[in-house]
Design a protein around this ligand. Structure first.
Ligand code: SAH
Length: 260
């Protein structure tokens, strides 16, 4: 399972991670696709760009062995991210940049998360085929698609009606129409579908919403950024033991748009 680190090491590692994740504003160069890497069924080069993106984030994740199992990014998560066409989840004018390891605007002041953050949060959830998962903050639908590509049964809830529609359309077009997108306030979770083996919150909350802890199944994991302003948020991992006991750990600094 995830091994704990001493608080000093954690602080040092977390600081290193902050830099490694590019939150300090480092813009990563786009690695051009090699010849012959493109998938036959889509725009030339995009599959190659995607492969290069996953290689880059796998490299970054190696430095995160203090929070990830087996010293790096889970192979199934990497494979899922090689399969999901991120360019189908960003607005037309951002498609060119879809495979940069960067968050991108999706309208309404919201963003599609940085790929390495998607990778880390997904890995922390320990998804298995058939797992029932709740995502709070559908946005573009990209994170939901990555979960679905891992074989999860995904419910995603979005508070902005236009984005719920945007996410739904993107998921449909990319071949993930099985994801159930709901419109509403995810603070309260989705009582009628609970319990969930995993919950992922993709907007920063001031505290961990009690209804979400309630709706987490025994043995389940929840990844959630907690904090107020940019740079003061911490990615939290909440684990509910088989006996229902809840433990929470702060893992690393992250920057998310606020939960409303
Ligand atoms: N997971 C998304 C990232 C979305 S950004 C992706 O892969 O693209 C965060 C999203 O959370 C925004 O779309 C925002 O509108 C939504 N959000 C904010 N507060 C919310 C709430 N209380 N309930 C549901 N969604 C919320």
């Amino acid at each position: 399972m995830h091994h704990a680190a001493c608080s000093h090491c954690l602080a040092v590692e977390a600081f290193r991670t902050l830099g490694a994740l590019g939150i300090l504003g480092v813009v990563m160069a786009l690695v051009p696709a090699g010849p012959g890497l493109a998938g036959a069924a889509e725009e030339p080069g995009r599959a190659g760009e995607r492969k290069a993106m996953v290689e880059r984030i796998s490299e970054e994740a190696k430095g995160l062995d203090f929070i990830l199992d087996n010293g790096g990014l889970d192979q199934a998560v990497a494979e899922a991210m090689r399969r999901v066409p991120r360019h189908e989840f960003v607005p037309e004018e951002e498609r060119e940049r879809a495979y940069e390891n960067a968050p991108l605007p999706i309208g309404f002041g919201q963003t599609i998360s940085q790929p390495v953050v998607v990778a880390i949060m997904t890995d922390l959830l320990d998804i298995e085929p058939g797992s029932k998962v709740l995502e709070v903050g559908t946005g573009s639908g990209y994170q939901a698609a990555v979960l679905a590509a891992l074989g999860a049964r995904v419910h995603s809830i979005e508070i902005i009606p236009e984005l719920a529609e945007f996410g739904r359309e993107n998921l449909e077009r990319a071949g993930f129409g099985q994801v159930a997108v709901h419109q509403g306030d995810g603070y309260y979770g989705l009582e009628q579908e609970a319990p969930f083996e995993a919950i992922i919150v993709t907007a920063a909350a001031s505290h961990i919403p009690p209804p979400l802890v309630e709706q987490l199944a025994p043995g389940g994991h929840m990844a959630i950024p907690v904090g107020g302003q940019w740079f003061t948020q911490q990615l939290n991992l909440v684990e509910k033991g088989p006996d229902g006991a809840v433990t929470t750990r702060q893992l690393l600094p992250v920057a998310f748009v606020p939960l409303r």
